[in-house]
Design a protein around this ligand. Structure first.
Ligand SMILES: C[S@@+](CC[C@H](N)C(=O)[O-])C[C@H]1O[C@@H](n2cnc3c(N)ncnc32)[C@H](O)[C@@H]1O
Length: 162
């Protein structure tokens, strides 16, 4: 498979998982957390999938398309190690959907961030809440969910809080 094919499949998997997860939590109230704004592509897609929800975004440095930058009130600007603990003060136990996409080409750094995020997930999520992730962020008590049809296991990750 060429790198182009692999990139396209990753984005297809990401989109399929976002759409699947939004359906899974349709009846759970609460905000969405988007960890990693990047270009704003998945943020924009989530906005379209669930226009009725508040979406709060975590990003160290905004470089997204101008149409895809959240209001300051919904942007946790800074290092995730500082912003995610701060978010607990507001969102503890009441988040139905979290998408984390903070990976880079540095495998060791990815592991460290994934472990840090995994520690915080159970404290943020509401019962039945779902996590969609680019890395393995399996957290204590997590139920690993099958990916939607057409997505190869391991390409993207889905978990549910019991
Ligand atoms: C792969 S991109 C996100 C792509 C985005 N989901 C999209 O669809 O455009 C990862 C983002 O996470 C951010 N990021 C990575 N590590 C971070 C950290 N430790 N704290 C805050 N943001 C971080 C990067 O700045 C980058 O914008």
């Amino acid at each position: 498979m060429s790198r182009l094919d692999s990139f396209i499949r990753r984005l297809e998997a990401q989109r399929a998982c976002l759409e699947h997860a939004v359906e899974l939590v349709r009846d759970l109230p609460g905000p969405v957390l988007e960890l990693g704004l990047g270009n704003g592509r998945t943020y924009d897609h989530l906005r379209q999938l669930c226009p009725e929800r508040e979406i709060h975004v975590f990003e160290r440095q905004v470089a997204a398309h101008p149409d895809c930058v959240p209001d300051a009130a919904r942007l946790f600007l800074g290092e995730i190690h500082e912003t995610l603990p701060r978010a607990l003060e507001t969102f503890a136990g009441r988040v139905p959907l979290i998408h984390t996409d903070m990976g880079s080409g540095d495998a060791e750094s990815n592991k460290r961030i994934a472990a840090f995020i995994a520690e915080h997930l159970p404290r943020l999520l509401t019962a039945g809440g779902v996590v969609i992730a680019d890395q393995d962020v399996g957290f204590a008590g997590a139920e690993a969910l099958e990916p939607p049809v057409g997505v190869k296991p391991g390409r993207y990750f889905l978990y549910r809080m019991p």
